[in-house]
Write a protein that binds this ligand. Structure first.
Ligand code: GLA
Length: 735
């Protein structure tokens, strides 16, 4: 089991991956001591004797030489000699913002308590330390939660605030976690993007000052994925200590690192305090979402593998654990809004003949929805396009031996809809201002229970036919003019967070009622791929970018945290509809080869034109569907012109390597790539040439990468001379 020990008010949490240590200091504050590789006696973690007089600092409550200015604290407040951004900020009954949480007691629980209002990591082989702190003057209690697992390099943190007084407290900032780093030079990596260009990696030395990633858009957003990795200088895929953080939260978040004048770095992460104001009434509590920290002592690859296994085992819905994802045909880029029963049935027949397993009816199927200007909120089948209704269509599709999937955008309302005519007050809005439209639509106010109930019932009416196997849950706009018609003036600062709480309630109800439906998370692609959404949905549409070259960057960035088994990809048309690039079907398929959810979105003409190739790929999907669950992913090459990923199946019997050469060039060097994570003594047969290689050869000497030429020998290891070429190596363990 992981151990949590208390030794003279020093708390040490440890497992075989790391130690995390802090103490109660002489002023009753929690002082951080150590986070890093396991050390036998955590309480012996060395630390400076901090009690010196520095100019221009103040002593906390007159304790001699104790300034909070540079003190590493577990949950820092503001205004008492710490001038950095705090983990907590608010207004108390006296109108000032001074709070101080002092240590009262602790408790160690086996397992892990759940949050009441939000999704959270599952427990199991875990232990949780709860530290009780109190601001005696204001009569509020703060509880800090620390969970450590036996078998994961993961520390979970969160907190809750309990108002024991008779006064209201206005909370303007409450973080989930704070990490402190001893003075040193660290680098930061984060993932940023936008629509169709999600998950771009950015990396730089942490400067003095403050760097923040955040969302104010109502969703976690593609602009900044809630993820930061702080690592020692020179860290690469295989070397270096890495401390990474994400949040189990889908709304406005913020994460910042702040490096002060003494080179101390501090990370704070949680709900974004900007535009947040929560009135905590007497006897009420507030819980912060969970922050997840993953530590790696051997670089970014190990960090990613820790994340992948943790998400699979403790975040993803367990009912889809080890359940292969069906190959599919999606109607979106095949028909856009121009869908109908006959078209869908025609495509379904073709899909079945090509060996695909599911048809997904994307946007355009409901009342009057012929473009993106109307109908969101009116979840009934369009009488002209689907006169027999969805239940009939789903049953017909099932008769063809296919699964049936359908698209919803449940959180939205079009001003052009029956719902809006009946309930304009259900949209997010502020009085007297004309609302900004995003994709011609408004956001429903999920902070209102009546709205959540309406959405649940609308979806339930369609899903209850019993023939629906998959739902694509989309969300296509960012919030503006955030306000609710149902809350008083002083609670308008609560709307964005209350929306997320309403969304979680809705997702909880619908996924519990339909445990066998495969829910796919989508938000104009990867605009909300966070661990909160992934707690309800086994998979996520990573991006609307289906051009393979554009997709490679996205898969590369996403792979830092997200396992391939939560990612989906389809082969879209060429020229690509997002960037106009022309590419082969092979490269389009191989770009998504390692995602567990794989499919196609091609029209009838293309399906027939490429029928043999598609048939081959649908067979390959079937052959590999189990392999892509629970294995290990490696980023082998990522350069301007080449990308190479490797994947080892969970039983280590198969290895897939996908290689892409982006632009063609003449007379290139002969290159090799060294594989990773194999057993050196095992033998592996390469399907291409039936040659057998020992693991040590593949990892030491490597494999020859295919060479782009029109004249080469050994055809199978040669790629054509062209832009955007690719190759798949499949190895089977042969002993
Ligand atoms: C979003 C999704 C697409 C598609 C459309 C339908 O853009 O990301 O995959 O479903 O909506 O309107």
């Amino acid at each position: 089991m992981p151990t949590i020990v208390e030794y003279n008010q020093i708390f040490s949490l440890s497992n075989s991956f790391f130690n995390y240590v802090f103490k109660v200091n002489s002023a009753g504050l929690l002082e951080h001591l150590y986070y890093g590789i396991p050390i036998e006696n955590g309480h012996e973690a060395s630390t400076h004797y901090r009690s010196i007089q520095r100019a221009l600092t103040s002593d906390f409550e007159g304790v001699e030489h104790l300034s909070l200015n540079d003190l590493p604290q577990e949950f820092p407040c503001h205004g008492r000699s710490d001038y950095r951004s705090p983990a907590f900020h608010g207004r108390n009954k006296d109108g000032n913002s001074i709070f101080t949480f002092s240590y009262q007691s602790f408790e160690i629980k086996s397992g892990k308590p759940n949050l009441e209002s939000m999704p959270c990591a599952r427990g199991g082989d875990a232990q949780t330390l709860i530290i009780y702190l109190e601001d005696k003057l204001m009569q509020i209690e703060l509880r800090l939660y620390y969970t450590i697992y036996e078998d994961h390099a993961v520390l979970i943190r969160s907190c809750s605030l309990h108002n024991l007084s008779e006064n209201e407290i206005a909370i303007s900032a409450i973080a989930s976690t704070t990490l402190n780093f001893a003075p040193g030079n660290f680098e930061l990596m984060h993932l940023h993007g936008t629509w169709a260009r999600e998950f771009n990696e950015e990396r730089f030395p942490i400067p003095t000052g403050k760097f923040t990633i955040e969302s104010t858009r109502g969703a976690s957003s593609a602009n900044h994925y809630p993820f930061m990795a702080i690592m020692e200088e020179g860290t690469n895929e295989d070397y270096g200590q890495v401390y990474s953080t994400s949040l189990i939260y889908s709304g406005n978040f913020a994460m910042h690192v702040q490096k002060n004048e003494f080179d101390s770095t501090r990370l704070i992460a949680g709900i974004n305090s900007f535009n947040f104001n929560w009135i905590l009434k007497p006897n009420q509590s507030f819980e912060a979402p969970e922050a997840v920290h993953v530590f790696s002592d051997r670089g970014l690859n190990k960090m990613s593998q820790h994340w992948h296994r943790f998400i699979r085992e403790k975040i993803s819905p367990p009912n889809f654990y080890n359940i292969p994802r069906p190959s599919y045909l999606n109607t979106w880029e095949a028909c856009y809004f121009n869908v109908s029963s006959s078209k869908v049935l025609g495509l379904a027949q073709t899909a079945a003949s090509l060996g695909l397993e599911m048809i997904v009816l994307d946007d355009g199927w409901f009342n009057g929805r012929n473009d993106d200007a109307s109908s969101l909120g009116d979840w009934v089948a369009d009488a002209q396009k689907f006169p027999e209704g969805i239940a009939w269509l789903a049953a017909k599709v099932k008769q063809l031996g296919l699964k049936f999937g359908i698209w919803f955008e449940p959180e939205m309302i079009s001003p052009e809809s029956d719902l809006y005519k009946a309930h304009p007050e259900w949209a997010i809005q502020v009085p007297g201002r004309k609302a900004s439209l995003g994709r011609n639509q408004l956001t429903l106010d999920l902070s209102q229970e009546v709205v959540v109930n309406y959405i649940f019932e609308s979806l339930d009416r369609i899903l209850s036919c019993g023939d629906i196997d998959y739902v694509k849950w989309d969300m296509n706009r960012a919030m503006t003019e955030i306000g609710s018609t149902a809350l008083p003036k002083d609670q308008q600062g609560e709307v964005a967070h209350r929306y997320i709480l309403g969304l979680y309630k809705l997702l909880d109800r619908i996924t519990q009622k339909y445990p066998n439906i495969l829910f796919e998370n989508c938000a104009s692609g990867g605009n909300r791929c966070d661990l909160g959404m992934l707690s309800y949905m086994p998979q996520s549409w990573t991006s609307d970018m289906c051009d393979p070259i554009g997709r490679l960057d996205i898969i590369h960035g996403a792979s830092y945290i997200l396992p391939n088994e939560v990612l989906t990809a389809y082969v879209g048309p060429s020229p690509n509809h997002q960037n106009g690039r022309v590419s082969s079907l092979k490269t389009r398929f191989l770009a998504g080869m390692l995602c567990a959810g794989r499919g196609f979105s091609l029209n009838e003409e293309d399906l027939l034109k490429y029928k043999d190739e598609i048939h081959t790929y649908s067979q390959l999907i079937k052959e590999t569907e189990k392999d892509l669950l629970g294995g290990k992913f490696y980023r082998l090459i990522k350069s301007r012109n080449e990308v190479c990923f490797q994947y080892i199946s969970s039983n280590a019997s198969k290895i897939f390597v996908v290689y892409f050469q982006i632009l063609s060039a003449p007379n290139l060097p002969f290159k090799k790539v060294r594989l990773k994570g194999l057993n050196p003594d095992h033998s592996y047969e390469l399907k291409d040439n039936k040659q057998t290689y020992r693991g040590d050869v593949l990892m030491g000497s490597g494999i020859a990468l295919p060479y782009a030429t029109n004249y080469g020998e050994g055809k199978e290891l040669v790629m054509e001379i062209a832009d955007f070429v690719s190759h798949l190596f499949v190895f089977h363990r042969s002993d």
